[in-house]
Design a protein around this ligand. Structure first.
Ligand code: NDP
Length: 289
């Protein structure tokens, strides 16, 4: 039979995780601060329990709460009941918070994995979902089959901060892209251009075409010596970029989301990198650069 699992936190994500475990035939015990939120899951076969009883019901306890503070608020008073079990924290956090929680777990004799969910709730348990893990290798190996109910389970390393770091790097990529897309919709919207038509016929094909240059940027970044630009040098880009800011202002659109990239382009030119490709800007993001 599939092993017993306890899930703490039944928001949109916790509920999706619990459902994936139920579909996999696990004996699932759930707890949520607001108890009423557990009722739909109980109707689908989960066992509901008080916090301490929920924790002691399974060797594997998964927490999916709002943030780091809510994890401590919930688990600090019941740390002793977690001793000897595995805690998997799927609450979004920073690498430092992951390491802090790992040290806390070690102090209480709890095997610990920190995780980063790279999926939205409807994706959980379906192709395209992946979850990043770091921390106790043995705990990952023991529970891997269970964790794969949610999606691809990737173990990144024993430093418990790694999953959060890679998670936040991926979210950085997403938000950067989305920020630009929102600006594009505001700009085209200022002239009454259809957002849906613009998105399907222009924005998506353009972004897809431009994303193909990422592996080359990555290669140059890894080599640490970006070469001279063959096609689109940074001095040219800095000159054109100002037009995005000016046109936004003129159309009554805030340029705020786009301003930092313009500053970075100008810093690159000032640093003598005007003839280089985009990869030359990665090192300029270091605080001491
Ligand atoms: P929701 O806002 O839907 O749910 C938040 C959950 O946290 C609820 O169960 C809530 O309990 C609980 N909670 C909040 N504060 C406390 C507290 N102080 N003590 C105890 N429980 C508390 O969020 P999601 O379920 O969507 O997200 C959960 C985690 O998953 C977050 O860290 C999020 O960043 C991460 N995540 C979410 C994704 C998504 O697309 N939804 C994608 C990837 C990661 P109550 O019902 O009592 O309020």
């Amino acid at each position: 039979a599939a092993p017993a699992v306890t899930l703490l936190g039944l928001g949109a994500m916790g509920t999706a995780l619990a459902d994936a475990l139920l579909s996999g035939g696990h004996d699932v015990t759930v707890w949520n601060r607001t108890a009423a939120r557990a009722e739909p899951l109980a109707a689908r076969g989960a066992r509901t329990a008080g916090l301490e009883e929920a924790i002691t019901a399974s060797p594997l306890v998964i927490a999916c709460l709002l943030d780091h503070a809510s994890v401590h608020e919930t688990l600090d008073p019941v740390a002793a009941s977690l001793t000897g079990r595995t805690l998997v924290n799927l609450t979004n956090g920073t690498p430092e918070q992951g390491r802090e929680l790992a040290a806390w777990a070690e102090k209480h004799g709890i095997a610990f994995l920190d995780g980063g969910i790279m999926a939205t709730p409807p994706m959980i348990g379906h192709p395209g979902a992946s979850i990043l893990y770091s921390g106790a290798r043995e705990a990952f190996d023991t529970h891997q089959a269970t964790l794969e109910r949610f999606g691809v389970a990737d173990f990144l390393g024993t430093d418990p901060g790694l999953a959060a770091l890679v998670d936040l790097a991926l979210l950085s990529g997403m938000y950067g892209l989305f920020g630009g897309a929102l600006q594009a919709l505001a700009l085209t919207g200022s002239e009454g251009i259809s957002a849906t038509e613009f998105t399907t016929t222009r924005l998506l094909p353009w972004l897809n075409a431009m994303l193909t240059s990422l592996p080359e940027i990555a290669r140059q970044t890894e080599e640490g010596a970006p070469g001279d630009a063959a096609n689109s040098n940074l001095a040219m880009q800095a000159a054109a970029y100002v037009n995005i800011l000016d046109a936004s202002e003129a159309q009554g659109i805030r340029p705020d989301l786009m301003v930092p990239m313009g500053e970075l382009l100008h810093r690159a030119v000032a640093a003598g990198q005007g003839g280089k490709d985009a990869a030359a800007m990665v090192t300029l993001l270091a605080k001491e650069a």
